[in-house]
Design a binder for this molecule. Sequence first.
Ligand code: ZN
Ligand code: ZN
Length: 425
Amino acid sequence: MSDLTYLKRLFQAYYKEKGLEIPKVNLFNQREFGFIPWEKKVYMKRHIGFEMRDNLIQYLINNGPKHAYSSGSIYLEPDNQSMEKKNYQGCDLIIDIDVDHFYTPCKDDHDLWYCIECGKSGKGIQEKCPHCKQTKIKKLNWICQDCLGIAKNEIQKLIHNFLIPDFGIEEDQISVVFSGNRGYHLKVENKDIRTLSSDERREIVDYITGKNISFEILGLREKGTNIYGLSMENIGWSQKIMKKIEEILKKSDTEIKDFLLNKRKFNFNENVVRSFINYKDDYLEIISKGQKNIWSIEGFGLTNWKGFLKGIVREIGSEIDEPVTIDIHRLIRYPGSLHGATGFKTQQIDLTELESFTPLDETNEKIDPIVFKSDITQKLKIIETFLPSIKIKGEIYGPYNQGEVIEVPHHISVFLLCKKVAETV
Ligand SMILES: [Zn+2]
Ligand SMILES: [Zn+2]
């Protein structure tokens, strides 16, 4: 039996045993479903509709798909093969936060790249080879508790800094799902939001990410030799920025220095940062009093202030995957289904459970995405050039080199097979 057939049967068996635990999404029979099978040549089978949850479970048992999705949209005829004829009724607001799409420091340790042109390889994220400048790069994106923690933090920022206070969304209209691999999805089910067009969704995205924000509109201006800062009284972004600045100014000098010298956030040199720290108490006093709002730090002209504010905005904004929210015909991973790139479950999480949720080491069995946990071991041969180590359920596995034969517990074996970095021996 090939490894693909093995994984397919494993998924089928899982659905047979646990199918009834799979939740039923709202307006179930108006959703379009899509599946990616294990067989290589078939891409996605979509335009499928189910009358009842039992029909979905039966499909999963019969086919054991590698990936299972349903639409954020609702249609009168979800199974119509033509998008136009599906009779679109509206779409939930879908937000995807995936560490694939933004930098996290841990990636410098566990993400690898390999240049197909010149054979050079290295760690971290690279879009093109730093040696031969070619873009034919093979990447190995790994996961760890740190980047999944960062992704979770982005979801929490999104909920508590934007969706609830600025958009008036109620907690019970929000559902959060761990994707089963590198991130989280969030769905807002709200009658008014369902009617929004793609362009209107783009505006929501711009607001949440702080993209194209105008500091002048928020109050920043130069008058004579003075620079007037943002007003504290405004709501929305202005207030978020000022709160964040206050929070930062209350940190220690060393913390502020490290923060401002971070090249991914700001483009400041040591002198500018030193000046900022020298003036930070005065600055804090000015913004806390909220009177005569003149921001005066030696060496800080309008350009540096804007650079500073841009960095602050990036800190506040949420790292969402923009096309997912804008595209109203997108399919999203079905909650409770298995993720074919890890063998983990796409796990729905209550907002109250989110804070303590740790996907790679969850102790609450009801929301544990690692469903194939077992002490039974399996022998595998590593086929990837090099594998970084990974910590799952408190145990560290790896690093491993190509050709190495290892014996690991079932859930690790499933993970490595799904990642296509090992084969059974
Ligand atoms: Zn190269
Ligand atoms: Zn990581």
